[in-house]
Ligand binder design. Structure first.
Ligand code: NAP
Length: 466
């Protein structure tokens, strides 16, 4: 349900200090207990499921309390190769690790000027964390092979133990391991990662040649790569399909190449697409909102085709979980303006859907996108289409909550704004009954429309007394 809801901004009064190492684990070890911290060093161009599985398996195998991914700023051994800008590699790492509370990502290497040397990174970590925090530097076994050539390798050996991750075809022989250990004073642990023959270079090559990278990295990372056209990503139809699960190719383009977004073919194509994006019940709900919105548009003299499409698409982003929808808001560049909803992520899917649809289908009218954006929160000064979508979301036929029938009965019998106010009262009453928080924006919307109703009542009284 896109019910109006709350975001209490508790404890956000003062500005938070910038993290030194990373947001989640700056205070690690402060209580004096022994802590084991994993450091995932890498270029991460791009990050993929092999890296994530490796970090998770290292965490498990070596009893690590946390793992920080540290994307290299200017990788020492890649100075002659074109590497994706550090900020973008950092952003992809951030999107990938958000969902795991034991993971975080650090900017220390990308913020440090000059060539990235692991010794400098470990020194920075050693200076920040107390002695009870032990460091485990995790990286590919093939990277470890060259470690004796790394700058200040003796210092590296004194500051951290190494975890060398092998993957099919890339193992470190026992002989090499012993040589490195003995000549460099290293403590090296081997970690056999299971069956993940994925590599960043393979992902880049796949994108370049238009092949799929779906399931080889997190969907948010894939969306980011597509959204920013990285690695030669081409926004052709095949690629778009990979990002957004487009169904059968039914878009009807006119001879001029324009898409008639209010036409049947576009509607059917989005309907197919939605079917794959959301669960069956949500899909049925969306069809119900679409039909109801179209009917209400007829009754209240609004554009029926606009209403049916807005109803169909209003829950376009509903399949994300809390972490996913927050990451989606970040990726779409709308997180800052939605800061007050970040603590109530179930309110985000309206605004993210509007932003995502605008990106994917630039031809969609702004009035339709607005109705989708506002369906979770409402707003002061809503258009008739906004009111219709909001109400239709609550009264569509698959909803069988007590009290909804009374609202259904009001369609066509009362003014649209009055119907909206009744619906809002129903929604807020529900929240209060279930002891749910109410967002201050919702209270503002309520006060605004109640005041307008009072004004209407007063002017009716005046007219009636004449
Ligand atoms: P790389 O040479 O690109 O990686 C070598 C192999 O290890 C690749 O197959 C790579 O796979 C894999 N790999 C990289 N990081 C991994 C990780 N954390 N877990 C599992 N496998 C990983 O190495 P790199 O990414 O540039 O560097 C690795 C780390 O070593 C970085 O932190 C880098 O700063 C450090 N390093 C330091 C020095 C120095 O201080 N002089 C020199 C070289 C490297 P993918 O291609 O799929 O990632």
């Amino acid at each position: 349900m896109g019910l109006t809801q709350v975001g209490i901004e508790a404890g956000r009064a003062g500005a938070c200090p910038a993290p030194v190492i990373c947001e989640r684990f700056d205070d690690l070890g402060a209580d004096g207990r022994p802590v084991r911290l994993g450091i995932m060093g890498g270029t991460f161009d791009p990050i993929h499921i092999g890296h994530l599985a490796c970090a998770e398996q290292a965490r498990e195998a070596f009893g690590l309390d946390a793992v920080v991914f540290i994307p290299a700023g200017k990788p020492a051994f890649k100075l002659k190769r074109d590497v994706t800008p550090a900020e973008q590699r950092f952003e992809m790492c951030r999107l990938a690790v958000r969902g795991n509370p034991a993971f975080d990502v650090s900017r220390i290497e990308i913020d440090r000027p000059g060539v990235t040397y692991t010794a400098d990174t470990l020194r920075q970590l050693r200076e920040h964390y107390p002695g009870n925090v032990s460091l485990f530097f995790i990286t590919g076994a093939d990277a470890v092979c060259s470690i004796l050539k790394w700058r200040e390798s003796a210092a590296i050996a004194s500051m951290a133990e190494l975890i060398a991750a092998t993957r099919p075809g890339y193992a470190l022989s026992e002989e090499t391991r012993l040589t490195i250990e003995q000549s460099g004073n290293f403590r090296i642990h081997m970690l056999e990662t299971t069956g993940l023959a994925v590599s960043s270079s393979d992902l880049r090559a796949r994108v370049r040649s238009g092949r799929s990278i779906r399931y080889l990295t997190m969907q948010q990372v894939l969306d980011y790569i597509a959204g920013h056209g990285l690695y030669g990503w081409k926004q052709d139809r095949k690629a778009v399909r990979e990002v957004s699960e487009v169904g059968p190719d039914q878009d009807n383009r006119s001879e001029l190449g324009e898409v008639d977004v209010l036409g049947d073919a576009f509607y059917q194509a989005r309907r197919e697409q939605l079917k794959h994006r959301v669960k069956h019940k949500r899909f049925e709900h969306s069809l119900g909102v679409s039909e109801t919105a179209a009917r209400m548009a007829r009754v209240y003299g609004q554009d029926e085709r606009l209403a049916r499409l807005a109803g169909l698409l209003h829950d376009w982003d509903k399949a994300y979980d809390d972490e996913g929808i927050r990451a989606r808001a970040v990726e779409l560049g709308v997180a800052e303006q939605l800061a007050s909803y970040m603590d109530m992520p179930h309110l985000l899917h309206g605004p993210t859907a509007a932003a995502a649809l605008a990106r994917e289908f630039p031809e969609l009218p702004s009035s339709l996108l607005q109705a989708i954006r506002l369906h979770t929160t409402g707003a002061v000064g809503m258009s008739p289409l906004d009111l219709i979508v909001y109400v239709a979301d609550v009264i569509e036929p698959t909803r069988d909550c007590p009290g909804v029938d009374q609202l259904r009965d009001l369609v066509g019998k009362v003014e649209l704004e009055e119907l909206f106010l009744e619906t809002l009262a129903y929604v807020i009453g529900n929240l209060i009954e279930r002891r749910k928080l109410i967002h201050s924006d919702t209270v503002t919307v309520w006060n605004h429309y109640v005041a307008r109703a009072q004004e209407r009542g007063a002017s009716n009284d005046v007219k009636g007394s004449k």
